[in-house]
Design a protein around this ligand. Sequence first.
Ligand code: ATP
Ligand code: MG
Ligand code: FE
Length: 332
Amino acid sequence: PTILAIESSCDETSAAVIRGGKVLSNIVNTQAVHEQYGGVVPELASRAHQQNIIPVVAQALLQANVNKSELNAVAFTRGPGLLGALLVGSSFAKSFALGLNIPLIDVNHMQAHILAHFIDDPKPQFPFLCLTVSGGHTQIVLVKDHLDMEVIGQTTDDAVGEAFDKTAKMLGLPYPGGPMLDKMAAQGNPKAFEFPVGNMPAYNYSFSGIKTSVLYFLRDKTKNDAAFVQENIADICASVQKTLIKTLLKKVVLASKELGVKEIAIAGGVSANSGLRRTLQEYAAKYNWNVYIPAFQYCTDNAGMIAIAAHYQYLKGDFASQYVSPEPRLKI
Ligand code: ATP
Ligand code: MG
Ligand code: FE
């Protein structure tokens, strides 16, 4: 099938065209308007999606060299995400499908982050474990089939992406903080400082505590030394990053052991983190895992991942009605 897919859950307006499971185009417009506020402003995101969506879709069709009359379905992100932002994508997709008289496919954004692994080779074998780490989620998912997934553990408070972003903000790094912190960490010593992280039962996480510990650490260190942050920023970044990565992977090791699964994938925006990618490779050698790390373009939000999810849903006959509504808290 040839499918147009739309992603609009947060601050990326994106459209992709997929044919026979092959992504032909994947246009991503990251909204710049939020930079000056240091975070995503929901109402501004909705407005930017409205401005972007038609040109982004037009560009996706053009780059794929696909005419809209060739489309077999239109897919969109149903959730989770910001309601106003989701409404722009879903309303557009519904109208487009209605106008072309083709079926509509509603996609779960978190499933799509995981299914991004099926865009290119090598593809994980079922069952595999996926550590899904993003701006709003931190989950360990047991993936039994393309559309059969079970969340076996997750954060009980903040997402790890938030921990990256908030730490970066406290250090005065510009938004978006995660990628900046990653860059700074590359030049620092990860053993310079110690930060405690909450230890939760089973495969669960807690990342709200590290925020506070970084805050107190900075408050104490800067009391008599105004230049402390400036002089130690790379070491602080490297130390925080190392702590977050160790915490994340500890539960993956546990889940892998207890469930006997050695196919291990990472997904979501934080899977772009160079420290996490490198450490996962080291664990692969140590624990005899086959690890799957997405290409950078498929880590953060993009419609290519929505398209591949839609591809499998199409094959299964899993379509949505025109009455479907966005679901900001949609679960896997
Ligand atoms: P969700 O998918 O949970 O709904 P989201 O869509 O906002 O949330 P993504 O776009 O998947 O999240 O990921 C964005 C997050 O990834 C941000 O928190 C960002 O800081 C983080 N991130 C991106 N690149 C890196 C990196 N190199 N290192 C650390 N964090 C990163
Ligand atoms: Mg984003
Ligand atoms: Fe996302």
